[in-house]
Write a protein that binds this ligand. Sequence first.
Ligand SMILES: NC(=O)c1ccc[n+]([C@@H]2O[C@H](COP(=O)([O-])OP(=O)(O)OC[C@H]3O[C@@H](n4cnc5c(N)ncnc54)[C@H](OP(=O)(O)O)[C@@H]3O)[C@@H](O)[C@H]2O)c1
Length: 255
Amino acid sequence: MDRLRPLGRTGLRVSPLGLGTTKFGRNEEVKYPREFDLPTDSEILALLECARLWGINLIDTAPAYGTSEERIGRLLVEREDWVIATKVGETFDGGRSRFDFSPEAIRRSVEESLRRLRTDWLDLVLLHSNGDDLSILDRSDALETLESLRESGKIRAIGASTKTVAGGLRATELCDVVMLSLSRADLSQRPVVEAAHRARVGVLVKKPLASGHDPDPALALAEVAASPGLTSIVVGTLSAEHLEQNARAVGLECS
Ligand SMILES: NC(=O)c1ccc[n+]([C@@H]2O[C@H](COP(=O)([O-])OP(=O)(O)OC[C@H]3O[C@@H](n4cnc5c(N)ncnc54)[C@H](OP(=O)(O)O)[C@@H]3O)[C@@H](O)[C@H]2O)c1
């Protein structure tokens, strides 16, 4: 059964569950409940294979996720079967984040992502917000720069990973895709989902398990997935067993 859904009007089609990869490359300054070691290459390969078997084709990464992009670039096979979302604007180095939404930084970031991911195109590039969503969207040249990269063919779709309701609403007016936090613990972004749905803008959910703090992941995912207007829920995991549980919770079947 083809469970892929249109990602707004981008022409991309994504699975209702995406694979979040912060934990592939970064274990410092993260908000997960427990400390963890970065996965081995064979653990990542097993997760990617498990995702493929469950029909998951969306993989979410970012330059700020340590070695995540580089590891995906090295380990992902059959690139054309996957929709890769990455980000611009934030880097993480020496234990701290830095933000730069200038045209030069955005162009450089996209080139570096293409190189690390070993690909000729990025399916989706999101502005990685520092919390000041409206400034980034309306008072920087970041979006214009992404638009010109989209025209050049290096990027297929553009969007913003926002932190505020006002920023999310503005992103639905300007972008192809919005990524927002939605979990049982915090449903405050629901108005953004509704606006995006009306505008036929793709909606990706980040942190659906409140970064691992939800006590009942299966119930949490079923509840979040039931919100109308969502395109895909991106769950971070290093465990194939958890990936399978999550896939079942959103109604996927193993091939
Ligand atoms: N753009 C942004 O600003 C931004 C910010 C944050 C996140 N994101 C993206 O969104 C993704 C998801 O967010 P997130 O990783 O912060 O949080 P999340 O998906 O809400 O939670 C991930 C945590 O939940 C645990 N987990 C997953 N499935 C589970 C299950 N079935 N049972 C028990 N525990 C389970 C994982 O541990 P195990 O490894 O043990 O499964 C992990 O520690 C990220 O990986 C990233 O791709 C984007």
